[in-house]
Design a protein around this ligand. Structure first.
Ligand code: ADP
Ligand code: MG
Length: 311
């Protein structure tokens, strides 16, 4: 039995698997997972738990692998996202299993759910794709590719739309599993983006931000605490500058102002702040952005940046 019936959603950032600067071998990925997952194993005594995760480097590697091989047909992005949900779900499950065994816990079940996330085909993001994915090309290589390519700071890259998540298709299944005390791993890589065509779903070439998909899931399932775990201790003003200042809490109003002032870049800190704000604005109780080391401390209020309604 849990000590409370509160539900915790932990969104794991890309460096839960591959740290910045690492090559990203499978051994490194398993090793890195121990830090967040050991905390989640302990927290499972107290909370019902949902784990979501990013997939940037993993889907990037799959794209690169298929660019290197012409012997088999190329797979669309939605299929690659599905592959990474299976791959990373498996890695989280085995790590969780080991960590639970270390704690002598043998009554905690868990499951990975392949997750679709509905997006709107009229989302303005489809008119102006901005999310770079996959390998970096030379200008010459890029010219012969059948994709939309943008010149980025790193070089020429394929860009896809990053539409807003509308709803998580498996929300009822996830809720049921949580009520049955399963730890649920889901919405990997922000979910497989689909559009609704009458009663059917159709996969679409896009990438959903995993923090925004996690906020949507947190809202739809009715999560109590939403933790966004990444590779910095929290949210900073003037990040990376001499006068950088990490915040312990931030109100919705302050967050809106700091977004306007440009403190949070799109594609890294901005979606995290927006995800936390959305969760709180739609009735969520607590949302904390913290480091992977400090998931437990963030829950007990000793670490990270908490997004609050007002002071
Ligand atoms: P994740 O894989 O966890 O989603 P991201 O790289 O997308 O990680 O976002 C986390 C990164 O955001 C940090 O490593 C940091 O470099 C960057 N960042 C940008 N602005 C800020 C800020 N104002 N405060 C804290 N971190 C910031
Ligand atoms: Mg990110």
């Amino acid at each position: 039995m849990k000590r409370t019936d509160k539900t915790l959603l932990v969104a794991l950032g890309g460096n839960a698997l591959i740290k910045k600067g690492q090559e990203g071998t499978i051994e490194q990925q398993f090793e890195n997972l121990v830090l967040p997952i050991s905390q989640i194993a302990r927290l499972s005594r107290k909370y019902r738990i949902i784990i979501t995760h990013g997939n940037g480097p993993q889907v990037g590697n799959l794209l690169l692998q298929q660019e290197c091989c012409d012997a088999v047909p190329k797979l669309p992005l939605e299929i690659l996202v599905a592959q990474t949900q299976g791959q990373i779900g498996y890695m989280i499950e085995t790590t969780l299993d080991n960590e639970l065994i270390k704690l002598g816990i043998n009554d905690q079940f868990f499951v990975t759910v392949i997750s679709y996330v509905v997006v709107n085909d009229k989302d303005p993001a489809f008119k102006k794709p901005t999310k770079p994915i996959g390998p970096i090309y030379s200008e010459q290589e890029a010219a012969s590719l059948p994709y939309l390519i943008h010149k980025t700071a790193k070089g020429f890259r394929r860009v896809v739309a990053s539409p807003m998540p509308v709803t998580i298709v498996e929300k009822r299944e996830i809720k049921k599993l949580i009520e049955m005390n399963f730890i649920v791993i889901c919405c990997g890589g922000g979910g497989i983006p689909v559009i609704r065509e009458e009663r059917a779903f159709q996969g679409i070439d896009a990438v959903i931000d995993k923090d925004l998909a996690s906020a949507k899931l947190a809202e739809e399932v009715g999560v109590d605490i939403f933790i966004i775990a990444t590779d910095v201790q929290g949210v900073a003003l003037n990040y990376g500058k001499k006068d950088q200042k990490f915040l312990r809490s931030i109100t919705i109003e302050q967050a809106e102002l700091y977004i306007k002032e440009g403190h949070f870049p799109a594609g890294s800190m901005k979606p995290k702040i927006e995800a936390a704000m959305q969760f709180i604005q739609r009735g969520g109780k607590r949302a904390v952005i913290t480091s992977l080391e400090n998931i437990e401390q963030a829950i007990s209020g000793e670490s990270g940046t908490e997004v609050v309604k007002s002071i």
